[in-house]
Design a binder for this molecule. Structure first.
Ligand SMILES: Cc1ncc(COP(=O)(O)O)c(C=O)c1O
Length: 448
């Protein structure tokens, strides 16, 4: 029996009986049972269609089912699926390294290929420590960097708690979150105060002990927190002043999501290392990469790079990434994300006007969030921080409305996201937003 011969309930029951779901109490799981997908659409096994307004986990950037990527993967499988990563190399590995060198900013020149984002960050920690001879890594509270030991220790949000005490040497620096501070994005005093607090922590910790600062260029799951140009440049300047490496986590914000190849491109900031995954292959198969600057690459010319995974530089992953990057370029998807990002920005502002429960609507390219509040004047969040299931107020009903009307997205605490595949059309974007607009009436009524 193939899976598609089974009913929705049979698949749910069997997957619940035999597999463990991520980040959740098993009993509460009620996933969609997806049969197939194309472009921005998903179909469940009963034939119900959903618009994918989160690109699954903010990763299917080119959209589902692109034949060009499927063909490239198939051709690579037929040629050679896998070679041992140090003993052998392939054309796709070489060509992907070359393409990434071309599209990444500044002197980011060499890629270390991994299976995903967490492993890229894990290797960034190791490399930063070897290269600087220092051990501390700074990161922020409102961040997610992955689920492996080092990456989850750098992660600041509650998913870290179960992994504590974690790796030693992690130090927190302040978040950049103007809305919660009652400020605007471009308030120079707010930026200056966050940078001053960061510098004070550097001094108190001892700059000679700090290897790196790791930040998401735009914070993803923890609320699409968009930095000011002055903040990003200020972090780069602090790193330069104290000999600290800047690591940009672009696992979610990279590959066109913000309307540029990488979010750092908006501010002309070049990190010393950049981690990528997700949009690199648009999740057709797993692949991540840590891309390092020329001096860091040179450091390993005559020292062994003590890092590696069986599946490093997997040929099928490299072929998928090359084909995916060609799709971004052939279809002009980076430019499309920038153009539709303007449409999204305007429409989100309109929706905010109509709904008192919307405290803030933030977006950059097709990377967007609505933050919901009980009271716009006080900015009191609609749910508590890290709410229990019974503290979610109207959010489950809000999400149920979206699902019922064929829109899939991430609804987290008092936020919900608009991160569709970059191939979405303006008409499709407005159609999905119209459903969200109607669903917000449910939240408005709850706070009235
Ligand atoms: C910003 C960021 N970094 C790292 C990761 C971890 O990537 P992965 O799940 O591929 O290991 C994620 C995953 O969501 C992420 O959003």
């Amino acid at each position: 029996m193939t899976t598609t011969d089974r009913t929705r309930q049979e698949i749910l029951d069997l997957s619940r009986a035999t597999t463990l779901y991520e980040w959740t109490a098993q009993k509460t799981m009620n996933p969609l049972v997806i049969d197939r997908a194309q472009g921005i659409y998903l179909w469940d096994v009963d034939g119900k269609r959903y618009m994918d307004f989160n690109s699954q986990l903010m990763c299917v950037n080119i959209g589902h089912g692109d034949q060009r990527v499927i063909d490239a993967i198939t051709a690579q499988l037929q040629r050679v699926a896998y070679v041992a990563p140090t003993a052998a190399t392939t054309a796709v590995r070489a060509e992907l390294g070359d393409v990434l060198r071309r599209i990444t900013p500044g002197n980011l020149t060499k890629s270390f290929f991994t299976n995903g984002g967490a492993e890229a960050n894990e290797n960034a920690i190791k490399i930063a420590r070897w290269y600087t001879g220092r051990h501390k890594i700074m990161a922020r509270y409102r961040s997610y960097h992955g689920a492996t030991a080092g990456a989850i220790s750098l992660t600041g949000e509650p998913r870290r708690w179960a992994a504590e005490p974690g790796i030693p040497g992690v130090v927190r620096i302040p978040d950049f979150y103007p809305y919660r501070a009652g400020k605007t994005l471009d308030d120079p005093e707010y930026t200056a105060s966050v940078l001053a607090a960061t510098e004070e922590i550097i001094q108190l910790e001892g700059p000679h002990t700090i290897a790196a600062i790791m930040i998401e260029s735009v914070v993803g799951t923890n609320g699409i927190l968009i930095p000011s140009a002055a903040y990003m440049r200020g972090i780069r300047a602090l790193c330069d002043r104290y000999g600290i490496l800047m690591i940009a986590d672009e696992v979610m914000s990279g590959f066109g999501r913000t309307g540029r190849w990488f979010a750092v491109d908006h501010w002309g900031v070049v990190p010393d290392m950049m981690s990528v995954a997700k949009g690199l292959t648009s999740a057709y198969v797993p692949l991540g990469a840590l891309i390092v600057s020329e001096p860091i690459a040179a450091f390993f010319e005559d020292r062994p790079l003590f890092a590696g995974l069986t599946y490093n530089a997997h040929a099928v992953g490299c072929a998928a990434a090359l084909a995916t990057i060609r799709v971004y370029e052939e279809d002009g998807l980076i430019e499309q994300a920038a153009r539709l990002g303007e449409v999204l920005h305007v429409e989100m502002a309109r929706i905010k006007e109509r709904h008192p429960s919307v405290g803030d609507a933030r977006s950059i390219g097709l990377f967007a969030v609505f933050e919901l509040v009980k009271d716009r004047a006080t900015r009191e969040p609609l749910t508590p921080f890290n709410p229990k299931p019974n503290e979610l107020g109207p959010m489950p009903a809000f999400n149920a409305f979206l699902r019922q009307h064929g829109v899939f997205t991430l609804v987290r605490w008092n936020t919900f996201f608009v991160n569709p595949p970059l191939c979405i059309t303006e008409e499709q974007l407005l159609e999905g937003l119209a459903v969200m607009d109607r669903a917000l009436d449910i939240v408005d009524q709850a706070i009235a």
